[in-house]
Design a protein around this ligand. Structure first.
Ligand code: TRP
Length: 453
């Protein structure tokens, strides 16, 4: 049965804008900051290969499922789930899945903004030449000086939240769409420029064989779980970003084709980020497995030594900040859309209030690097708890429930119509993955996150 609703928030001007926006959501700190360092910590090629499998077998089917929910419901995730549940004669409790997303969004954006703030800070410090000829020790001290200072972190976190609220307050066409139209081409230009540059300056062959030569001797169950968690985070799944973007998708656009392209771009950018970063790491004799400090502490040493490194380095952090910005927008949007629907607030008011509340939570993450560093209930500080609860508990739960909802609870006819597919191999493959492979995969990750397997 075809169900035609209209979103009160507007609609993307074209399929291409949706592709830009969804790619903007997916491509973020997860691709450029997190993917390279987890790859580095897990031995390179084998991790990359497992990651690809996770994206195709679990991430992509769920991403398609989220888009189906959004476009069919045409509202915020909470209300889309409620509306579809009513259409299909299901329990209205399914809207709780939307609530989980709202909650996860608050938490994710609060710490995401703090890390994105570091990138903005580094545009200026790298650009000012702070790292010229810096040793690894100097670079590490520089990073520590930033995180030790609550006022500095607070300033960058505030600036980044302001940038995010500024865009979301302007609405779907006037804000989100304008932002991605300019920022995404800039992002791709910067990324290709970086790769072209590091190909010449760094050790490109070492990076290639590191990323693509699979050595499975280092692979453990943890590697697989980490790869699956990363696929989730990188594709923006489990909290409603893709649902809400799907709710603005023009009716006649093919979801499988469009989302396939978005997932491909997201994965491509992660690989390209690796190809921009690892040639420098190897070319300058640095350590690929240096963890979360890889781009801030390790890579900056290479920038400090290479010709033009001051400019290229600053541009690299512009790239990271832009990627984070278009993602942050997509984390705030589902919350704002819901506030506008539920409380009839203006978009402006909803963005400022939601952004303000998230900012306050983020202050907890800021302080956990300095003033509150010793406050660690159950071994995690405020930042670690926010990250753990949202990415390891809420996102997998959200993703699992999305898979169950579209795979088991929505009728076959509804998903078939919404996907615009005939009942053939492609639909069959999607349905199989979303009914069996995805829920099982996520369930295992979840148990692992809780320390049960
Ligand atoms: N995918 C983004 C990144 O890679 C972050 C992000 C945006 C996200 N929206 C999300 C993560 C929703 C989880 C859920 O940085």
């Amino acid at each position: 049965m075809a169900i035609v609703r209209e979103s009160i928030h507007g609609q993307w001007s074209s399929r291409w804008v949706f592709i830009l926006a969804a790619t903007g959501s997916a491509v973020g700190l997860g691709n450029i900051w997190r993917f390279p360092y987890i790859t580095g910590e897990n031995g390179g090629g084998a991790f990359v290969l497992i990651y690809f499998v996770c994206v195709i077998a679990v991430g992509l089917p769920i991403m398609i499922g989220e888009t189906v929910i959004g476009r069919r419901g045409r509202q915020s995730p909470v209300n889309s789930l409620k509306a579809i549940a009513a259409d299909e004669g299901l329990s209205s409790n399914w809207q709780l899945l939307g609530w989980l997303g709202v909650l996860a969004g608050f938490l994710i954006l609060s710490f995401y903004s703090v890390v994105a703030g570091w990138s903005v800070a580094y545009i200026f410090s790298v650009g000012a030449g702070t790292f010229t000829d810096a040793t690894s020790q100097v670079s590490a001290d520089e990073f520590k000086a930033l995180t030790d200072s609550a006022p500095r972190l607070l300033w960058w976190h505030s600036l980044f939240m302001f940038m995010t609220v500024f865009v979301v307050a302007r609405g779907v066409q006037g804000g989100l769409e304008q932002a991605v139209r300019w920022l995404m081409p800039a992002l791709f230009l910067l990324l290709f420029g970086m790769v072209g540059y590091t190909m010449n300056v760094g050790d490109f062959n070492a990076a290639l064989s590191y990323l693509f030569r699979a050595d499975f001797s280092q692979v453990t169950a943890d590697t697989i779980l980490l790869a699956l968690g990363q696929a989730f985070f990188s594709l923006s799944l489990g909290m409603g970003s893709i649902i809400v973007y799907g709710s603005y998708l023009p009716a006649n656009t093919s979801i499988p084709r469009t989302i396939g392209l978005v997932a491909l771009c997201d994965t491509g950018v992660a690989v390209l980020a690796g190809l921009a970063i690892f040639p420098l790491v190897f070319g300058f004799g640095l350590e690929p497995g240096s963890g979360p400090g890889l781009v801030f502490v390790t890579l900056t040493v290479a920038f400090g030594q290479m010709p033009g490194g001051q400019l290229v380095g600053a541009l690299f952090f512009v790239l990271l900040a832009v990627a984070g910005w278009t993602s942050a927008i997509s984390i705030l949007e589902p919350i704002v859309a819901w506030l506008v629907e539920a409380l009839r607030w203006s978009r402006h008011k909803a963005s400022v209030i939601a952004g303000g509340a998230i900012w306050v939570l983020g202050v907890g993450s800021v302080l956990s690097f300095n003033e509150w560093a010793d406050f660690q209930p159950f071994g995690k500080n405020f930042f670690d708890w926010s990250e753990f609860l949202s990415t390891s508990v809420m996102l997998p739960t959200g993703g699992l429930l999305v898979a169950v909802f579209v795979g088991w609870r929505m009728s076959r006819a509804s998903t078939l119509t919404e996907l615009g597919l005939s009942d053939g191999v492609i639909y069959g493959a999607w349905r199989f993955l979303v009914r069996f492979v995805a829920p099982l995969g996520v369930f295992v990750v979840f148990l692992n996150a809780l320390g049960l397997v």
